[in-house]
Design a protein around this ligand. Structure first.
Ligand SMILES: Cc1cc2nc3c(=O)[nH]c(=O)nc-3n(C[C@H](O)[C@H](O)[C@H](O)COP(=O)(O)OP(=O)(O)OC[C@H]3O[C@@H](n4cnc5c(N)ncnc54)[C@H](O)[C@@H]3O)c2cc1C
Ligand code: SF4
Ligand code: SF4
Length: 281
């Protein structure tokens, strides 16, 4: 029987589960489909109920996971198949390359030379990033990755662009790394911590999301609140960069609605009140 546990999803739930298991002596395989662990919590400004800086609480846990001898972090990875039974699972995984080796020093020299500009998912699309980028400063594991789906050098070694590799002082951008690899791991148990996705509020046209630039999701508002966000923490209207005189918060969007989700999200009231307090601050 394997003493390993597979944790699928590297948000705060998966991170904490991995740390607890690893501290108890289990081997953990933490699988995250994105380039970094951290999930939604890393993008929040302050955390209810203490209103401490969210990433300040989470970043030490991310580092601990990255350095823990009992935890193997597989980023850019997804589970393809789980065979076997409780106590003896055999897991097949697919991991996509980031094309940056562990010698990356996070110097950032590669970013300005990259000609590809994309919406930055971490800033809820309100800022830009390059095709070679770090998801956020405290990202684990490693830091910089090449988003090969948007890189001009796609497929790898097509070579119409090599700017980032030429600019990289330790020469750690390597397009000869295979695009994808298959991995097999044994695990005695599987924990699924794949978190949540925001619904698309543009589906509810009465709120004007997508039609009016000043209608934001709560996640976008979090990025406006944070000093590390696209406006440096200034609450400004995306349409004209001016401070709004009043803000309307619409709760339960898409929840308890037969057309979308019949259930209550059970947390939009909590974070809306938090955001109201922060906006007043
Ligand atoms: C606007 C807003 C404000 C909030 N404010 C607060 C607050 O102040 N205080 C508070 O306690 N909570 C708050 N929350 C709630 C909090 O963000 C969540 O409870 C918490 O982040 C959930 O963590 P999680 O790990 O379960 O999920 P997530 O953060 O969603 O992480 C899931 C992870 O799993 C990965 N994943 C998904 N599918 C797969 C797959 N198939 N394979 C591999 N990986 C996968 C994802 O990429 C992601 O990294 C807020 C939420 C929102 C939307
Ligand atoms: S190869 Fe060119 S397009 Fe691709 S990440 Fe590097 S600089 Fe950007
Ligand atoms: S230039 Fe190289 S070492 Fe510097 S951040 Fe980019 S990949 Fe990392």
């Amino acid at each position: 029987m394997s003493d390993s546990v597979l944790v699928i999803g590297g948000g705060i739930a998966g991170v904490q589960a991995a740390l607890d298991l690893a501290e108890a002596g289990a081997k953990v395989i933490l699988v995250e489909k994105g380039p970094s662990i951290g999930g939604k919590m890393a993008a929040l400004d302050k955390n209810f109920p203490t209103l401490d800086c969210s990433v300040c609480i989470e970043a030490p846990k991310l580092s601990e996971v990255g350095e823990h001898p009992n935890i193997e972090v597989l980023n850019n990875a997804e589970v393809v198949e789980v065979e076997g039974e409780p106590g003896a699972f055999l897991v097949t995984l697919r991991q996509r390359a980031g094309f940056v080796t562990s010698e990356c020093t996070r110097c950032g020299e590669c970013e300005p030379v990259c000609p590809v500009v994309l919406p930055n998912e971490f800033d809820a699309g309100m800022a830009s990033r390059k095709a070679v980028y770090t998801p956020f400063p405290q990202a684990v594991p490693g830091a910089y990755v090449v988003d090969i789906d948007h890189c001009l050098n796609e497929p790898p070694n097509y070579w119409p662009c090599h700017r980032c590799a030429e600019a990289c002082p330790p020469q750690c951008i390597d397009f000869s790394i295979p695009l994808e690899k298959r991995l097999r791991r044994e695990a005695s148990a599987v924990i699924v911590t794949t978190g949540f996705d925001n619904m698309d509020p543009a589906l509810l046209r009465q709120y004007g999301y997508g039609a009016h630039p000043d209608v934001l999701t709560a996640m976008e508002f979090e990025r406006l609140l944070t000093s590390a966000g696209p406006t440096g923490g200034e609450i400004v209207r995306p349409s004209d960069g001016r401070h709004p005189e009043s803000i309307v918060f619409v709760l339960c969007v898409g929840s308890r609605d037969r057309r979308f989700y019949r259930y209550c999200s059970r947390f939009c009231c909590m974070y809306s009140i938090k955001e109201v307090f922060q906006a007043l601050d």
